[in-house]
Write a protein that binds this ligand. Structure first.
Ligand code: SAM
Length: 345
């Protein structure tokens, strides 16, 4: 484990064995990409501990499940695990391997919060009777329902802002409220009281746009539009609001919104020349680290390869531990991080 002043460490060894040496709840966040099943041998030629060489895919799932149960023990109760896995065709059939592993972790108590699709933007054309493979999964797991998540750190600021046109304030996408006002006044569905309430809510919303509190809005009025997702009042709170109040307003905050679960990021191994393994682009690590590891917290990558996770953690003001079987990769990782680590926090 890290000494008080130590910011990072690369450990050479089998991750299960090494994690067993670590204390309970001593790591804030784990981000990793284990070798995919039956894809390639890494640098560890004959090392029987190398993951991914199991003859039977069920053994691969079992090995990874054991590793991530140990990971769970060393993770703080509010910690997160981000697991990147790619799929595999076997005897012509797509195996669904990432989901097989994810389901096994869920069956063993991990809570799945997101299945992020990493769109790698450039698929390889390996055969002519199916589409190109373009994406991999990044699963976000947590240990408990309440976990550390700093949403403000990763919010995307709206690119469009409300503005004044001909002396009148309009929302980021050009909504002035005129059309909604007309719909309310002319409605044959709303009672007089509902109309009054709807106009008041519309005016309040327009005022918030003017004051810069919200960026945009959409109004739904009973009898004119339907609830967006479901009209079933048992299922949808919006549908219930529409039935009971006659309208609802969806507001888009001015402070931004959380990124979606499809990330368009070109993989890095197109331009890193010193390694043979699938290297994480550091951009991919930004959201997991900023959102789920507190400042000065510890990020662990139990299959750290060239050290991308530790490198990104340090750049973002967190500490990092990498474990890899390969001494060669740990050398690359150490050289990569040594160059800048002392100049940071
Ligand atoms: C996909 S690569 C990780 C690449 C890494 N994300 C990066 O950005 O460079 C998987 C790594 O797992 C390592 N590995 C395989 N079995 C292992 C084990 N039992 N314990 C620790 N590392 C292992 C391999 O040596 C390889 O470096």
């Amino acid at each position: 484990m890290l000494e008080t002043e130590q910011k990072y460490e690369f450990i050479t060894g089998d991750c299960l064995t090494e994690m067993k040496r670590m204390g309970d709840k001593s790591i804030n966040c784990i981000i990793t990409s284990p070798p995919y099943w039956a894809m390639r041998k890494y640098d560890n030629a004959e090392n029987e501990k190398e993951v991914g060489n199991e003859m039977d895919y069920r053994d691969y799932i079992k090995v990874l499940t054991d590793i991530f149960m140990e990971a769970k023990r060393i993770l703080t109760d509010d910690g997160s695990l981000w697991l990147n896995l790619g799929d595999k065709y076997n005897n012509k059939a797509l195996m669904g391997m990432p989901w097989r592993v994810a389901l096994s972790l869920m069956d063993n108590g991990w809570i799945l919060r997101n299945d992020v699709i990493w769109n790698q933007m450039k698929g390889t054309q390996s055969c002519k009777d199916r589409l190109r493979d373009m994406y991999e999964h990044i699963f976000h797991f947590v240990k408990s329902k309440k976990y550390f998540y700093n949403a403000d750190e990763i919010k995307v600021l709206p690119t469009l802002k409300p503005k004044k046109v001909n002396g009148q304030m309009i929302s980021a996408t050009g909504v002035s409220g005129k059309k909604y006002r007309k719909m309310i006044v002319e409605s044959t569905e709303l009672t007089e009281q509902e109309k009054e309430n709807a106009i008041k809510a519309l005016d309040d919303t327009l005022m918030k746009i003017q004051q810069g509190e919200i960026n945009d809005f959409r109004m739904t009025i009973r009898g004119i539009q339907r609830a967006w997702h479901s009209e079933d009042t048992e299922i949808s709170g919006r549908a219930k609001e529409l039935r009971d109040k006659g309208f609802y307003i969806m507001k888009m905050g001015a402070s931004g919104f959380l990124p979606g679960d499809i990330w368009n990021i070109v993989p890095e191994d197109t331009w890193r020349k010193d390694s043979h393994c699938a290297v994480f682009p550091e951009e991919l690590l930004r959201i997991p680290i900023l959102a789920t590891c507190p400042e000065n917290g510890i990020v662990l990558d139990p299959f750290s390869g060239t050290g991308s996770t530790v490198s990104a953690a340090l750049r973002l003001g967190r500490k990092g531990i990498g474990i890899d079987l390969s001494e060669e990769y740990n050398k690359i990782a150490n050289n990569r991080v040594k160059q800048f680590a002392n100049t940071l926090f």
